[in-house]
Design a protein around this ligand. Structure first.
Ligand SMILES: Nc1ncnc2c1ncn2[C@@H]1O[C@H](COP(=O)(O)OP(=O)(O)O)[C@@H](O)[C@H]1O
Ligand SMILES: [Mg+2]
Length: 275
């Protein structure tokens, strides 16, 4: 099955520096380089244009989350396909789609150089348009409960910063996808980008603590690309103007205070169930 793809992007030197120390970029797994002989762009091409075959529905998923195979010319991968038609309406996310917000989360993570979100595209499929995301073969030897409580895992901390920017309302333990080389991916970003502060996560261990310097640099990069329009244009495809403005405001706040946020007082701070 497919391994996670490495990302390429605008500032490779900074991005390498921002990666968690101790993360082995062994063999072909490096930012901007290839994986299984495919660049990130090629993985995106495979996801977008490959032939999608549904193999089953993920048992504990709350929406129609389908495990699929994607077959292109000379390459095959496993992926997740979430058709928009399978989305349950949510009172607090009346606009847009869960699939679209997953795309916005991917674009933002990639622009920041965090690569928290596996390569994701929006495409048509057997049940209509939806999101299609590379399946990450997670390291099943990792104790996810213990991982979620770590305070010394920089990839996890980076994910907490990402969640603060996107206002993730559903960072569960089961949404952590550690891979054997030490990197950490996350999934299920459909309930991000709410206008109200709704951060709901199992990663509160850094609340009120100063943001690490690499995170501050990444946040500045994000602010630039939101101001100069490149990321703003992409996010505008998936988010409402109010959600986009709220994202810019969260970035400003994080850069002003330079601390991990505190739990909201009027909203459950931890998802239920947390796993
Ligand atoms: N890209 C992915 N790679 C590997 N596992 C995934 C991926 N996306 C989802 N999963 C697994 O499938 C489960 C259900 O998917 P999720 O996105 O959480 O669906 P739902 O929106 O229905 O809750 C996740 O908890 C995770 O274990
Ligand atoms: Mg889920």
């Amino acid at each position: 099955m497919a391994e996670p793809a490495a990302a390429d992007g605008p500032a490779p030197a900074e991005r390498a520096e921002d990666a968690a120390p101790g993360v082995a970029h062994h063999g072909v797994v490096q930012h901007g380089v290839v994986q299984h002989g495919l660049t990130e762009a090629e993985v995106l091409g495979l996801l977008a244009d490959g032939e999608l075959t549904v193999h089953g529905r993920l048992a504990d998923a709350s929406n129609a989350t389908l495990y699929c195979q994607i077959r292109g010319e000379g390459s095959t991968a496993a992926c997740v396909y979430k058709p928009v038609v399978g989305e349950r309406p949510l009172w607090d996310f009346p606009d847009g789609t869960l699939a679209g917000r997953e795309l916005a989360a991917y674009a933002l993570s990639r622009q920041a150089g965090w690569d928290v979100v596996p390569p994701t595209v929006y495409r048509d499929g057997p049940y209509g348009p939806g999101m299609c995301q590379l399946w990450i073969e997670a390291d099943t030897t990792v104790d996810l409960v213990a991982l979620a409580r770590r305070t010394d895992h920089q990839g996890l901390r980076q994910m907490a910063v990402f969640d603060a920017v996107v206002n993730n309302a559903d960072r569960k333990i089961g949404h952590l996808l550690p891979v054997p080389d030490g990197r950490l991916y996350g999934c299920d970003h459909g309930v991000c980008f709410g206008v109200e502060y709704k951060l709901r996560t199992v990663l509160w261990q850094w609340r009120g603590k100063s943001l690490p310097e690499p995170s501050i640099r990444a946040l500045r990069r994000l602010r630039e690309s939101l101001d100069s329009g490149s990321l703003a244009g992409e996010l505008a495809c998936w988010l409402t103007p109010a959600e986009l403005t709220a994202t810019q405001q969260r970035l400003e706040l994080l850069l002003e205070h330079k601390v991990h946020p505190l739990p909201p007082s009027d909203w459950p701070a931890v998802p239920w169930p947390p796993i």
